[in-house]
Design a protein around this ligand. Structure first.
Ligand SMILES: Nc1ncnc2c1ncn2[C@@H]1O[C@H](COP(=O)(O)OP(=O)(O)OP(=O)(O)O)[C@@H](O)[C@H]1O
Length: 345
């Protein structure tokens, strides 16, 4: 089993009871309703670790990613970088802290890169903004970054539109690394790419992470990939973190019924022979259910689940915690669970 890195004195970034609330839109117009995009998130990212984030569409994965890199301001709770609260810093200090210590890689490099700038300018831009090094040093760093991500030097003057999808994502990765960050957050970094280049980009990320000692937060719909890339996996449901599990135990040892159901439905996983049925749609993030948000789809639901949001409980294995009143026994087989879900008592 992979060891979960023990945090140094301070995690790189730590969320404490962090909430993000948006104004809801209907037909492009804001309404009085509120969308609870992230609710009560507690999460610490340690130097050098990879945290994978999974959950169905709309559960708050991208919101969590944006909060971690200081792009999204929470409505309440704290976001601390190396122990210092980001949102009580003076704005210039906050921009410098976030800009220097984090990098973000988005889903679609075609829209994330400025189409009018050549590669060398895209890569130099973070150094220009944060006034890092002189002209010569910035040019040297551009060359270094291109080599680091496997881009030929001949492409330095190319525009993004002249590159392949995989090359564009390499540029986006190089830009995220320009200021030598401690943390990179990758939000669906391969889902807009051809299947043939996905593995190359994932391998590049893993390789860079090892070589540079980066912490990586990896958001993806592709559960297999999250499991392969990560040290631990965060499961989100309707804006809540509901479980945190060591990645190599997530298919058969996770305790939250939702995590088990999610992984049981993933083709190609060892235990995905008998999917646990998830009945009905995900409830609205405008009117989340009382108590546990998963209760409307859970086969283990009881009255308590409607009344009380479960606190995090520690499981017997280290680095594993979950929010559930009726957790799955850690060693119960997925096949067995699928039977119970079909015939709730
Ligand atoms: N700017 C915004 N204004 C209003 N609602 C928003 C905004 N951004 C996100 N939301 C809503 O917040 C919730 C969480 O969105 P988020 O994009 O974080 O989910 P996600 O898990 O990343 O989804 P996906 O996997 O589809 O990208 C959703 O209900 C979404 O519609």
């Amino acid at each position: 089993m992979k060891a979960i890195p023990v945090p140094e004195s301070h995690p790189i970034v730590e969320l404490t009871d962090t909430h993000v609330v948006h104004k809801a839109r209907s037909g492009g117009v804001f309404t009085r309703d509120r969308v609870y995009a992230l609710t009560g998130a507690d999460l610490a990212v340690a130097p050098g670790e990879t945290v994978g984030v999974v959950g169905e569409s709309g559960c708050g994965k991208s919101t969590l990613a944006k909060v971690l890199v200081g792009v999204e301001r929470p409505a309440s709770g704290t976001v601390a970088f190396r122990g210092r609260d980001l949102w009580t810093m003076p704005p210039a200090e906050r921009r410098a802290t976030v800009g220097r210590s984090t990098g973000m890689i988005f889903q679609d490099p075609s829209t994330a890169l400025n189409r009018r700038l050549p590669v060398r300018r895209i890569l130099r831009d973070p150094m220009d903004v944060h006034e890092q090094g002189g002209k010569r040093e910035r040019e040297d760093r551009v060359r270094e970054l291109m080599a680091l991500v496997g881009l030929p030097r001949a492409l330095a003057d190319a525009l993004p539109g002249q590159l392949s999808g995989g090359q564009r994502q390499r540029v986006a990765i190089a830009r995220a690394l320009a200021l030598d960050p401690d943390l990179v957050v990758a939000d669906e970094p391969t889902s807009a790419l051809d299947v043939s280049v996905r593995a190359q980009i994932l391998n590049l990320l893993l390789d860079l992470k090892e070589r540079l000692g980066l912490a990586l937060v990896f958001v993806s719909h592709d559960i297999q990939t999250v499991r392969r890339m990560s040290d631990r996996v965060i499961t989100m449901y309707l804006g809540r973190i509901v479980e945190e599990t060591p990645a190599d135990r997530v298919t058969d040892r996770s305790c939250h019924p939702y995590t088990r159901a999610l992984f049981s439905a993933t083709p190609g996983l060892l235990h995905a022979v008998d999917p646990i049925p998830l009945v009905g749609p995900v409830p609205s993030a405008v009117r989340p259910p009382s108590g546990c948000p998963f209760r409307t789809r859970c086969w283990k639901v009881s009255e308590l689940c409607a009344q009380v949001m479960p606190e995090f409980s520690d499981a017997s294995s280290p680095g594993h915690r979950y929010r559930c009143h009726h957790p799955v026994e850690e060693d119960r087989s997925t096949h067995d669970l699928a039977q119970s879900a079909r015939e709730p008592s």
